[in-house]
Design a protein around this ligand. Structure first.
Ligand SMILES: C[S@@+](CC[C@H](N)C(=O)[O-])C[C@H]1O[C@@H](n2cnc3c(N)ncnc32)[C@H](O)[C@@H]1O
Length: 257
């Protein structure tokens, strides 16, 4: 089979997505208290997507960077982009399309996962695999969100149908309407929001999974943003019964004892 030409893999839409890392990656680290010293470190990024955070970590001096993702198209982009635009990093960075359980590499000093855990269907299992491959004392830096019960937890599923973003609409409109219209739009069967890549976990469930993961929780901060609405959410999230609906994202640092 003929391989896809590089120009098609490195198409403008994907390049633009990759370039969002220029402001998203510094924000990721800032919200986690600053980028740690990566010089000489062996690092893994779970759900690396287009590979922007991996490239940045290699530029920051990491000795080896492994990006894993289950999306073949994105890994093809990440590899082509690495070879074409960052050849000087190619001997230190690898992108693999696989489930982390299949990764036969361990002893990582540090791990990251940015905007991915809300898409991971078996989060308990994936955290266990990450834990196994991290050195004792190593840290996992994670950003999660938007969370399912937050105003836009459907990751724009309804917006793509009606053109506007209505907060919490995905929790109010019966799933059947949204899923059947989405199935027509994308031309494949959709039985649940999980078929669209959202794990639908609540904040309470994340807390429980993280606290049972065997990691020491060093930093755990919901609603990381300077946006005034999110600041207001930081107060509302303490309300009894409805607090859950006011957690838009979650940032945490987990250490392997
Ligand atoms: C919203 S994207 C974020 C990508 C990248 N971290 C970023 O910030 O641009 C979520 C990514 O998680 C990946 N993903 C979902 N489940 C995964 C799993 N079990 N293991 C690895 N990657 C996964 C998806 O394929 C997707 O590329």
């Amino acid at each position: 089979m003929a391989s896809e030409p590089t120009a098609e893999i490195l198409n403008p839409a994907d390049v633009a997505y990759f370039q969002r890392g220029a402001w998203e990656n510094p924000r990721f680290w800032n919200r986690l208290g600053g980028q740690p010293d990566l010089r000489g470190k062996k690092v893994l990024d779970l759900g690396c997507g287009h590979g922007s955070l991996c490239i940045d970590m290699a530029k920051a001096g990491a000795a080896r960077v492994v990006g894993v993702d289950i999306n073949e198209r994105l890994i093809r982009f990440a590899n082509a982009n690495l070879q074409h635009n960052y050849p000087e990093l190619a001997d230190r960075v690898s992108f693999y399309c696989l489930d982390i359980a299949q990764l036969d590499e361990g002893d990582f000093d540090l791990m990251t996962s940015k905007d991915t855990f809300e898409h991971v269907m078996d989060l308990r299992g994936v955290l266990a695999e990450m834990h196994k491959r991290l050195k004792s004392g190593g840290r996992l830096y994670a950003a999660i969100g938007p969370l399912w019960n937050s105003p836009f937890g459907d990751h724009d599923t309804i917006k793509r149908l009606i053109g506007i973003n209505l907060p919490w609409a995905h929790l109010i409109v019966p799933d059947h309407f949204v899923l059947s219209a989405t199935a027509k739009r994308i031309g494949r069967p959709v039985h649940s929001y999980r078929d669209l890549g959202m794990n639908m976990l609540s904040f309470r469930e994340y807390k429980q999974i993280i606290h049972e993961s065997g990691f020491v929780v060093e930093f755990f901060k919901p609603n990381c943003s300077r946006h005034p609405v999110v600041q207001l959410f930081s107060l509302l999230r303490h309300l009894p019964l409805v607090g859950e609906y006011f957690v838009s994202n979650l940032y945490c640092i987990l250490r392997k004892p």
